[in-house]
Design a protein around this ligand. Structure first.
Ligand code: SAH
Ligand code: DHB
Ligand code: MG
Length: 225
């Protein structure tokens, strides 16, 4: 990607972030805490977090599932949008990431709306399915990309008609178009794309994004029936 293009994406991201997102709140504090704790800087951007919040508001979701918590930055946006009786179940493999996330959620006063489960997401998803709770209204897939196909299958199982399923990082600087890519993340996303395309219960689109985190995109599906 030309350096000049990247620079302008970043500046425009900053412009709208400054204009639309109140500074100095517990959300920014969470990003600071994540960097201090040496978590990788792969949180959604502030404007993307607010996009997730908007989707939760717009769908009236009460039960949200997130696969891949990191330091809970996206979790904060999801939880912030929920009504009083709402819950985000968020799944994280790394206990250190989970510990940082819990600190951030407590600091923001949102920990009471979050059920964080530590362990491989595939195991947590198996357990969730066995619990036979009400289906999720909104699902955000953002953990290891190689497992996106598996996470999609679980998401469908744990959904109802009308559930929105959003998957992060499906473009990855455009690398997704390389069928020969040796990167298991790319192959995971490509397999995920084949599955959503073939799945008659889903209607899916992809939004490409640019900004402070470069060039990427979201896949957005609605469960039809
Ligand atoms: N949603 C976060 C970013 C998540 S980054 C945000 O936008 O703020 C991806 C996370 O998935 C990392 O914390 C990583 O530890 C976690 N992860 C990777 N493999 C996993 C697995 N098998 N099960 C659960 N979590 C996993
Ligand atoms: C990676 C993971 C993410 O969830 C993300 O938003 C960006 C990058 C990664 O694993 O490189
Ligand atoms: Mg991501």
């Amino acid at each position: 990607m030309p350096k000049k293009a990247k620079e302008i994406w970043k500046q425009v991201d900053q412009y709208f972030t400054d204009a639309l997102i109140a500074p100095g709140d517990s959300f920014n504090a969470a990003l600071d805490a994540n960097r201090k704790a040496d978590l990788p800087a792969i949180d959604v951007t502030p404007l993307q977090g607010k996009f997730l919040e908007l989707l939760v508001h717009a769908t009236g979701a009460r039960r949200v599932l997130e696969i891949g918590t990191l330091g809970g930055y996206s979790t904060l946006w999801l939880a912030h949008a929920l009504p009083e009786n709402g819950i985000v179940v968020t799944l994280e493999l790394d206990p250190h990431h989970a510990e940082v996330a819990i600190g951030n959620l407590e600091f923001a006063g949102l920990a009471n709306k979050v059920d964080l489960r530590i362990g491989p997401a595939a195991e947590s998803l198996t357990a969730l399915a066995q619990e036979q709770n009400a289906p999720f209204d909104f699902i955000f897939i953002d953990a290891d990309k190689a497992s996106y196909p598996e996470y999609l299958q679980w998401s469908i199982k744990l959904s109802r008609p009308g559930t929105l399923i959003v998957a992060d990082n499906v473009v990855r600087d455009g690398k997704v178009i390389d069928p020969e890519s040796p990167d298991p993340h790319i192959q995971g996303v490509r397999h995920f794309t084949e599955l959503v395309a073939a799945e008659l219960r889903l209607s899916t689109t992809v939004l490409q994004t640019v900004g402070s985190k470069g060039y990427d995109g979201f896949a957005i599906s609605v469960v039809l029936h």
